[in-house]
Write a protein that binds this ligand. Structure first.
Ligand SMILES: Nc1ncnc2c1ncn2[C@@H]1O[C@H](COP(=O)(O)OP(=O)(O)OP(=O)(O)O)[C@@H](O)[C@H]1O
Ligand SMILES: [Mg+2]
Length: 221
């Protein structure tokens, strides 16, 4: 069964028909890329997939449940427990340190302090953030911020990762490491992954590759 299934999703924003019938199935252990030029609707699609934005029409199933039937509080607890979202703007809480930012979802999930450190330490290590734990977000580079946001998304061991242009500020070698970690989580823990990118050409180690064009997804390979 799919973790997330979009059927005929349409979304108009500011009078613009951004999504015009998107069908997409995100299955456990599969990594899916959506490529598209700036302004085509990748963020809109990512937000629908992360249950942050409701479509005007069409269906969104999460774990087989029709999400239009869920209340706001059910939606937000589903997001908190099961969905890691990497927003394009790399939003972090300025008053908290890197470690505290990454820890936040675990605190919200009432996971005991003694159980938090191990997983945070692992993600910090793998994503190359060691030594930065006590900094504030404003003391980070763009690529470091991006990895902290990714760490915050992964630390709760979600079943779905939606990452909106997660590699925009990263060098090729770091992209390789980060992608390797995401792939490992997919194969070991069954994580389903959606990654968007404006890169229309670069080779990507993904299972399904799509272009978002004129509001619909077109298979690349
Ligand atoms: N709040 C808004 N009000 C009006 N129009 C909006 C709003 N948000 C997005 N749009 C428009 O919707 C369209 C899709 O935007 P979206 O952010 O999904 O594109 P994108 O593919 O993520 O672009 P980028 O690669 O630049 O991030 C764009 O034409 C954008 O101008
Ligand atoms: Mg965008």
């Amino acid at each position: 069964m799919s973790v997330l299934e979009l059927q005929g999703v349409r979304k108009t924003i500011g009078g613009d028909n951004v999504l015009r019938g998107v069908d997409l199935s995100l299955r456990p252990s599969r990594v899916v890329a959506v490529r598209g030029r700036s302004g085509v609707g990748k963020t809109t699609l990512a937000k629908v997939a992360a249950l942050l934005l409701k479509p005007d029409s069409g269906l969104v199933y999460f774990n087989g449940l029709d999400t239009s039937k869920l209340s706001e509080s059910e939606l937000s607890s589903t997001r908190l427990k099961y969905i890691g979202y990497v927003d394009q703007d790399c939003s972090l809480i300025d008053e908290l340190t890197v470690w505290e930012n990454i820890e936040l979802p675990l605190r919200l999930m009432n996971i005991e302090r003694s159980n938090r450190a191990g997983i945070i330490g692992e993600v910090v290590e793998v994503l190359g953030l060691k030594g930065l734990e006590s900094r504030r977000p404003r003391e980070l580079s763009g690529g470091q911020r991006q990895r902290v946001v990714l760490a915050r998304a992964l630390v709760k061991k979600p079943i779905l990762l939606v990452a909106d242009e997660p590699f925009a500020h990263l060098d090729d070698e770091t992209v390789r490491v980060v992608m390797g970690y995401i792939r490992q989580l997919a194969s070991v823990s069954g994580l389903a992954v959606l990654i968007t990118t404006t890169d229309l050409y670069a080779g990507m180690d993904v299972d399904e590759d799509y272009y978002l064009v004129n509001g619909v997804l077109v298979r690349r390979t």
